[in-house]
Design a protein. Structure first.
Length: 330
């Protein structure tokens, strides 16, 4: 049986909740590319489509996925949500690479450039908030679905499968440990500091919700495994999440992110962040019941739209701001 979602607007994958491969450069390949008219046109189209979905969904009748086909929805969220995280990490790494090292000297002139530390920190804060929301989206499956479908699939792929193998996380690890170049006295941006603090809480909440009191696959299998090269572990990780490493333009990266954000927006608008209201974070200890987690179900569309706006900002003024207005329904 297929899911009950009947959405003519769904154009991701071959069918509703179908997957697409993700194409990304190697994590250390952060060189800027030149103009690419074809990629620019694709990005413009993706931005308009996301804007159309935002306007259209406000009036569309809700069609929930059937309970017996929710595994399809949760599998889509696990794979596509991780892909969105990789793309956000990639953009964060680009911002970090542009930030100058902190040096003593005169204060900068008013009106900082887009690459200035202050504006860079604000951009990182927005992307980090989008990543926090995406972690909740990715892990919104029921515990039963995680234990019966998702965790066994990772175990079959590799007995020690671990999120620490994610190639695109390595360039931003220092960010999530509170170290940002160009900010010698700390992060220097309350919004970024709060987003990173929430990130740690969300990580803990996801683990407490899906694997309470359980060891990770890596911890369970440490006694049976030989140490493998990091490059080998990265290949296993990429393969599981349908990620292909090859040279791609910056606009192609952004187009892939917008397409996935749009699919996630449609999914949550149709099914809710927790379909049928099952197994939210409400039963967790007070430590994890932060306002962000509690409100994310209601804020998810606005956070997604904000993340898309930041994405378009990477492409320059030709695409910026067109994704939320919904004036182009082509």
């Amino acid at each position: 049986m297929t899911t009950a979602t009947r959405v003519a607007e769904w154009d991701f994958g071959a069918y509703p909740y179908g997957l697409e491969p993700l194409h990304l450069p190697e994590p250390d390949d952060l060189d800027r590319d030149g103009p690419d008219p074809a990629a620019d046109a694709a990005l413009e189209h993706a931005a308009r489509r996301l804007g159309h979905a935002t306007a259209w969904l406000s009036q569309e009748e809700i069609h929930l996925a059937d309970r017996d086909t929710l595994d399809d929805v949760f599998w889509f969220r696990w794979i596509t949500g991780h892909q969105i995280s990789f793309l956000l990490w990639h953009l964060m790494a680009r911002v970090l690479a542009r930030l100058p090292e902190a040096e003593p000297g005169p204060s900068p002139e008013p009106g900082p450039s887009p690459d200035s530390p202050r504006t860079g920190a604000e951009l990182l804060a927005g992307l980090a908030e989008g990543y926090n929301a995406m972690m909740l989206y990715t892990s919104s499956c029921t515990r039963d679905s995680y234990e019966r479908v998702i965790r066994p699939a990772m175990h079959r792929h590799h007995h020690g499968f671990s999120g620490s193998w994610a190639p695109d996380y390595r360039p931003v690890r220092r960010l999530f440990h509170g170290r940002v170049p160009g900010t010698a006295d700390g992060l220097g941006n309350p919004g970024l500091e709060e987003a990173l603090r929430v990130n740690q809480v969300v990580h803990g909440a996801v683990a407490a919700r899906l694997v309470p009191g359980s060891e990770s696959l890596l911890q369970q299998s440490v006694g049976e495994m030989r140490l493998q090269d990091r490059a080998v572990r990265s290949i296993f990780y990429d393969h599981f999440f349908l990620t292909v490493r090859r040279p791609v333009t910056e606009r192609q990266v952004l187009d892939q992110l917008l397409r996935r954000l749009r699919a996630a927006l449609i999914d949550v608008s149709l099914n809710g962040l927790y379909p049928y209201g099952e197994q939210t974070f409400e039963g967790l200890p007070p430590t994890y019941r932060t306002p962000f987690i509690g409100e994310c179900e209601h804020r998810f569309p606005s956070i997604t739209a904000r993340t898309a706006q930041l994405t378009c900002g990477f492409a320059g003024p030709s695409s910026a701001g067109r994704h939320t207005e919904g004036e182009d329904h082509q």
